[in-house]
Ligand binder design. Structure first.
Ligand code: NAD
Length: 502
């Protein structure tokens, strides 16, 4: 059993009330509807958000459209936009504790971890600010004496940004600052389960000087609000992070008006381990990769593919280290695994574990929900003897559940890694350069970690192959994703009419 950290009673029992940001105004939802968020760690209501209706969503899109077509934002210089993004980054840093508390209490995430995520988000806002000044097109002076070609990068227009609950403040940072750097205007819909920190971001962006209508933030459910954001003819692009199922639906909806779509979706990420690996390093990375964010992470290293000669020893060592992991109260600074997002999701995770056990896997560690009297928690779990066909080896469990598979040859390991529909990330562990590079080239995933796992940087593109997504976030091309290309084809000198003899 891991170390249990029983949740302490909340010091602050006031329910925080939020309104929505539409056209620079903080407003209630039409008809006064609200959504309540119950803390997954404590089982009590902690936030109440004004809920957007279809009409509110239309108003937010109209505000973004006006701000783009008529407002000053797309006429600002890159330097002006950059300065506002830098100011936003500073203001986020000033309110770090408040934002961290909101993500911890609404999502059940460990507070120390969230502070790290917000630090990462600040870095991304600063990185996007740097790119805002460097966005440029191309020129062609090689087309002959009579022609000059200039390729412009223009802001694409109104962008719908839809985000999930598992990294509320970090994921909006992977989208919004780049859209703003390009000169776009936006309608942002955070997950209805974890909207608080994104609404605080709205206050910050107003203070940073972002004009009214440029960032509109509405709270609502996917079928009601997200659906309009993906279909509305006045939206030019949808940037979505969430499940593969809703991603496909969003793409189909956006296709009705041929919007550009960027999708960051699910993952079932393998870590392939060879006998010559530094196993001390790997064991730590395996525990981190599986249990970080309670496994509610698109990048979770939830599928270990171990060489059969080391498998038994590795499983024993991972189980031993799992006993040192601290699970429970997300507000305790020492906690490493917090709560599970909803009771329904906990039941889904338990279903995967019992399904795997029924199909012949062995529960080598954990395997059960933990009862702290309130909230919902899942014990860190290791499933040994998993085979590639089992649901737990192919589907996203999105809980602290590690599936262990084995291989004998490098080719077999690659085949197992590539045998599923996802292709977000993968890890390879070996001291052999050849092995690492071969796996790096043959495994079909957007990120391959070599002798490390789940590292990242604002400079490094992130996204998935296959059904893990479409497009890349971060990296130096991230701002370009929010642009259209326009060609200026210019003629110099006398024209030769097409009917005239040459
Ligand atoms: P989800 O797909 O249920 O919801 C994501 C967002 O889409 C939410 O804001 C939701 O309200 C909205 N939505 C729901 N139905 C919609 C619809 N019909 N039209 C438009 N929007 C709709 O996902 P989730 O449960 O919030 O998040 C978990 C999923 O996100 C996991 O699959 C995870 O792998 C994925 N994820 C991917 C990445 C990545 O970068 N690849 C990062 C984080 C999470």
């Amino acid at each position: 059993m891991s170390i249990l950290v029983a949740p302490k009673a909340l010091e602050n029992t006031t329910v925080r009330e939020f309104r929505m940001l539409i056209d620079g105004q903080w407003v209630e939802g039409e008809g006064g509807r609200v959504l309540e968020r119950v803390a997954p760690s404590h089982g009590v209501t902690v936030s109440r958000y004004a809920q957007a209706s279809a009409g509110d969503t239309e108003r937010a899109i109209a505000a973004a459209r006006r701000a783009f077509d008529d407002g000053p934002w797309s006429r600002t210089t890159g330097a002006e936009r950059s300065n506002m993004l830098l100011k936003a980054a500073d203001l986020i840093a000033d309110r770090l504790d408040e934002i961290a508390y909101l993500d911890a209490i609404e999502a059940g995430k460990p507070i120390s971890q969230v502070k790290g995520e917000i630090g990462g988000a600040i870095d991304i806002w600063r990185y996007a600010a740097a790119l805002a000044r460097d966005l440029h097109g191309e020129s062609y002076n090689t087309l002959g004496e009579g022609t000059l070609g200039v390729v412009l990068r223009e802001a694409i227009g109104v962008v719908s940004i839809i985000t999930p609950w598992n990294f509320p403040f970090l994921i909006v940072a992977q989208k919004l600052p780049f859209a703003l750097a390009a000169g776009c205007t936006t309608v942002v819909k955070p997950s209805e389960l974890t909207s608080g920190s994104t609404l605080v971001l709205g206050e910050i962006l107003q203070e940073a000087g972002i004009p009214a209508g440029v960032v509109n933030i509405i709270v609502g459910t996917g079928p009601e609000v997200g659906n309009i954001m993906a279909t509305h003819p006045h939206v030019d692009m949808v940037s979505f992070t969430g499940s593969t199922g809703v991603g496909k639906l969003t793409m189909a909806n956006a296709a009705q008006t041929l919007k550009k779509v960027s999708l960051e979706l699910g993952g079932k990420n393998p870590q392939i381990v060879f006998p010559d690996a530094n196993l001390d390093n790997f064991i730590d990375a395996a525990v981190f990769g599986a249990y970080f964010n309670a496994g509610e992470c698109c990048n979770a290293g939830s599928r270990l593919i171990l060489h059969k000669d080391i498998a038994a020893d590795v499983v024993r060592r991972i189980a031993a280290l799992s006993e040192n992991v601290r699970i429970g109260d997300p507000l305790d600074p020492m906690t490493q695994i917090g709560a599970i997002i909803t009771p329904q999701h906990l039941r889904k995770i338990e279903g995967y574990v019992s399904g795997a056990a029924g199909a012949g896997a062995n529960v080598a560690f954990g395997g059960k929900a933990l009862d702290f009297g309130a909230g919902q928690y899942m014990a860190p779990t290791i499933l040994d003897g998993v085979t590639a066909g089992m649901a737990v080896a192919r589907e996203e469990v999105f809980g602290p559940v590690l599936s262990v598979l084995t291989f004998e040859t490098r080719e077999e390991a690659i085949a197992i890694a590539n045998s599923i529909d996802y292709g977000l990330s993968a890890g390879v562990w070996s001291r052999d350069f050849d092995t690492c590079l071969t796996i790096g080239r043959k495994v079909r995933a957007g990120t391959i970690w070599m002798n490390t796992f789940m590292d990242g940087a604002s400079e490094l593109p992130f996204g998935g192959f296959k059904q893990s997504g479409l497009g890349r976030e971060l990296g130096r091309h991230a701002v370009e994703d929010y642009t259209e290309t326009k060609t200026l084809n210019m003629h110099i000198g006398a024209r030769t009419g097409w009917w005239m003899p040459r």
